[in-house]
Write a protein that binds this ligand. Structure first.
Ligand SMILES: CC(C)(COP(=O)(O)OP(=O)(O)OC[C@H]1O[C@@H](n2cnc3c(N)ncnc32)[C@H](O)[C@@H]1OP(=O)(O)O)[C@@H](O)C(=O)NCCC(=O)NCCS
Length: 178
């Protein structure tokens, strides 16, 4: 399946090997990894290429859908959004996303989450999507709320920082009939 999901200011599609340099560059930014482990692509351009290949293979095999986010006016690659941990029996899965530091707070991710959610419900025919995130990651909470997701709960002290402090993991979700 060739995927291209077009919105007002951005579009989503499979990443290509030519995105590897930027993917590597972006994923080295410490702010991007503040609330998650470092991305494999941050290690080298070759690792970024490997990751892109893996994403393509997973899409082909319907195992997960990690797509690049591109600005419509310049075709510039700016981030990724993925649907993974698929439970085909219950038609449920999880989304995760990031966008390069220079593009934060311009509404791009809210648009990307809305496009991806529509694609997951209407094209992949899944029923439920969730997102898990660190309690201090207020931007992701805001993005999900703006895209229609609701808080479902929190896992108490499920995340341990490098300094040994525990934080709650927040869960948001949405269903195809909400
Ligand atoms: C989370 C992330 C994807 C948001 O992308 P984005 O394109 O900046 O999102 P948007 O511009 O659509 O919306 C951001 C919203 O969060 C708000 N926000 C940003 N930082 C905030 C903070 N510290 N506290 C409260 N709200 C905050 C913005 O004001 C905006 O809301 P508004 O439109 O009501 O003003 C981006 O910050 C990112 O890539 N972070 C690093 C990776 C990450 O944490 N990914 C999520 C893992 S699940």
């Amino acid at each position: 399946m060739v995927i291209k999901i077009v919105g007002n200011r951005i579009y989503l599609k499979e990443m290509d090997e030519s995105d590897a340099k930027k993917l590597h560059e972006y994923s080295k930014e410490p702010k991007l990894n503040e609330f998650s482990g470092p991305y494999k692509a941050s290690e080298s351009i070759d690792k970024a290429k490997e990751y892109i290949k893996e994403c393509k293979k997973n899409i082909l095999e319907n195992k997960s859908y990690v797509l690049g986010i591109y600005k419509k006016n310049t075709n510039e690659f700016v981030g990724t959004i993925g649907f993974f941990d698929l439970d085909d029996e219950n038609k449920s899965g999880e989304i995760g996303f990031w966008i390069a530091r220079n593009y934060w707070n311009r509404g791009y991710m809210t648009e990307a989450v809305s496009l991806m959610t529509h694609f997951i419900f209407k094209v992949l025919k899944y029923h439920r999507i969730c997102a898990h995130f660190h309690e201090l990651n207020k931007a992701v909470e805001r993005v999900l709320s703006k895209a229609g997701y609701k808080k479902e709960g929190e896992l108490k002290e499920a995340l341990k920082s490098k300094e040994g402090k525990y934080y709650n993991e927040i869960i948001y979700g949405i269903t195809s009939n909400s």
